[in-house]
Design a protein around this ligand. Structure first.
Ligand code: SAM
Ligand code: DTB
Ligand code: SF4
Length: 353
């Protein structure tokens, strides 16, 4: 068996993964970083931008979610955004250096009448030269095929937690429903983005259980978002205890060891993470972020803050991995973005601001 084949496994067991979580912190991070370097440039981070194309009034009961209609979170509900508005946002995201544009809708699943609009969004985003990603809830096989034919690159659908803890968090759709959607996405030829949330009161065993579910899929998700719970007022998880930062970093490191070829995305909760925690997460193998001041409905660090930290850490944004034909142009754009930022920081520093 080649070295690579030995590292890409689909037969992880609970005792093995629990043992990884129990390693001394430095040992775990060293292992994760070593595996990470086998497949990725450790100084590159992929940058995606996220837009809520349909906000609030979701019929599902996910206990963490500010968009569920079961909880009073004071969120203004909105209709599906117009296609041209979405494309204007995508254009702006491209100008800031994002390589992937992710669109999220607060739906249980898309309705038939929604499909022409979401497929038009995918086509428009692709025409701008960006990778496209959508998260619209559960999909039928037909819907997955329609999205694939429109050119969708990635579909995000999270397992959220372990099968054992899942029922404490969501009752309106089952774990099996989620796995079914992931299979339909994979079968339609769309890349899979699937991960979960840490900090919902789950045990380490549950974190291991979630990562095993993802790693033991027939093909690892290309992208694995690890969200730190954003405790939104009005949701049942608003008063959840604060998560230990090192436990969060451990989850990133174990995700990387289990799925070495996947991009591990540092997702929700970054607003609560300082520069040092970001740096540790990158060291543990996180190599993708959502960039821009808003996630779907909650705050995210300012783009400037991320670029400033990238510069301090010698990290560069990763060029997108499709349509290699205009990679050079992409690279130039990213260089320009960085140069502009550097110039601004030097200017600010010289002004004493
Ligand atoms: N409605 C679709 C669905 O549930 O698949 C798509 C949007 S949903 C908001 C996407 C993901 O965001 C959820 O699966 C969950 O993992 C994450 N998320 C939502 N609220 C969050 C919160 N307060 N903190 C952390 N992650 C959250
Ligand atoms: C994912 O795993 N995290 C993103 C994305 N996929 C769609 C969403 C995070 C949402 C955080 C809460 C909010 O902003 O509403
Ligand atoms: Fe709806 Fe998705 Fe929020 Fe669940 S996570 S309530 S499905 S928007």
């Amino acid at each position: 068996m080649s070295d690579t084949a030995a590292l890409i496994r689909h037969d992880w067991t609970l005792p093995e993964v629990q043992a990884l979580f129990e390693l001394p912190f430095n040992e775990l991070l060293f292992q994760a970083q070593s595996v990470h370097r086998r497949f990725f440039d450790p100084n590159q981070v992929q940058v995606s931008t996220l837009l809520s194309i349909k906000t609030g009034a979701c019929p599902e009961d996910c206990k963490y979610c500010p968009q569920s209609n079961r909880y009073d979170t004071g969120l203004e509900q909105e209709k599906l955004m117009a296609v041209d508005k979405v494309l204007a946002e995508a254009k702006a995201a491209k100008a800031t250096g994002a390589t992937r544009f992710c669109m999220g809708a607060a739906w249980r699943s898309p309705k038939k009448k929604d499909m022409p609009y979401v497929t038009a969004m995918v086509k428009g985003v692709k025409e701008l030269g960006l990778e496209s990603c959508m998260t619209l809830g559960m999909l039928s096989a037909e819907q997955a095929t329609e999205l694939s034919e429109a050119g969708l690159d990635y579909y995000n659908h999270n397992l959220d937690t372990s099968p054992e803890y899942y029922g404490e968090i969501i009752t309106t759709r089952s774990y099996a429903d989620r796995i079914d959607t992931l299979s339909r996405v994979r079968d339609a030829g769309i890349k899979v983005c699937s991960g979960g949330i840490v900090g919902m009161g789950e045990t380490v065993k549950d974190r291991a259980g979630l990562l095993i579910q993802l790693a033991n899929l027939a093909v690892h998700p290309e992208s694995v978002p690890i969200n730190m719970l954003v405790r939104v007022e009005g949701t049942p998880l608003a008063e959840e205890a604060e998560l230990d930062s090192f436990d969060f970093i451990r989850t990133i490191a174990v995700a990387k060891i289990l799925m070495p070829q996947s991009h591990i995305r540092l997702s929700a909760g970054r607003e609560e993470m300082n520069d040092e925690m970001h740096a540790l997460a990158y060291f543990a193998g996180a190599n993708s972020i959502f960039y821009g001041e808003k996630l779907l409905t909650t705050a995210n660090p300012e783009a400037n803050e991320d670029l400033q930290l990238f510069t301090r850490l010698g990290i560069t944004p990763e060029a997108r991995d499709v349509d290699r034909c205009d990679d050079e142009e992409e690279g130039r754009l990213l260089e320009q973005v960085q140069q502009q930022q550097n110039d601004k920081f030097f200017y600010d520093a010289a002004q004493g601001s």
